[in-house]
Design a protein around this ligand. Structure first.
Ligand SMILES: Nc1ncnc2c1ncn2[C@@H]1O[C@H](COP(=O)(O)OP(=O)(O)OP(=O)(O)O)[C@@H](O)[C@H]1O
Length: 192
């Protein structure tokens, strides 16, 4: 069986990547598709912390000083070693570090900036980080980054402000994955 799709799920911190990726992964494994199309959730931020893919802790920004080469090597291992038929969801607040050939779909989650401010405040983010992320969301930095890094036809922007938005987004991505697999199977058949 061919490998499943690589879905880059990105957006400003707090837009809902991890919540969406968790729902997407669990919905994909419980869906009635035959054969199944499981999507494994990779929380890249957690991977960086757990596997020390960084060069230390930045006190001012309260974040890891990410070592991109180590991150890419680790992700490449995960991509190569995944079981046949399994897709991946790469959940991270940045997306331009991946090689262009990796993603089959790039989803950029968007959220009203006032709502984002509240979400980050609830998480006790330091003020400089709340402000930076808020400005970044207003200026659509992550969307611009995605559009500059990947072909327009694979980049989609989805609103993620309510639980209903999240459910709708998960349904849309699952539907996309199903069609993506059907197209791949047709192409493989044509190639003989
Ligand atoms: N669509 C949504 N509707 C309502 N609440 C949401 C939605 N998406 C996320 N949230 C809430 O916003 C907060 C941040 O969500 P989440 O951790 O998924 O964001 P994130 O983009 O992964 O953040 P980070 O990049 O910092 O990991 C959580 O409390 C979550 O429950």
């Amino acid at each position: 069986m061919a490998p499943g799709p690589i879905i880059v799920l990105t957006g400003t911190p707090g837009t809902g990547k991890t919540s969406t990726a968790q729902l997407l992964a669990s919905s994909s494994s419980s869906s009635s598709l035959s054969p199944p199309l499981p999507l494994q959730h990779i929380n890249v931020g957690e991977l960086i912390r757990d596997k020390a893919l960084h060069d230390g802790w930045d006190e001012e920004w309260q974040s890891w000083d990410v070592n991109e080469d180590k991150v890419l090597d680790e992700l490449e291992r995960i991509i190569d070693d995944r079981p046949d038929g399994e897709g991946l969801i790469l959940d991270w607040h940045t997306c331009d570090v991946y090689p262009e050939r990796w993603p089959d779909l790039v989803v950029v989650l968007r959220c009203d900036h006032a709502l984002l401010w509240e979400r980050l405040e609830k998480r006790n983010y330091p003020m400089n980080k709340i402000q930076e992320n808020n400005e970044s969301e207003i200026m659509q930095v992550v969307l611009d980054e995605a559009q500059a890094s990947y072909p327009a036809e694979i980049v989609v922007e989805l609103k993620s402000e309510t639980p209903e938005d999240m459910e709708r987004n998960v349904e849309r991505i699952l539907e996309w994955a199903k069609v993506w697999r059907e197209q791949r199977a047709r192409e493989a058949e044509e190639e003989g």
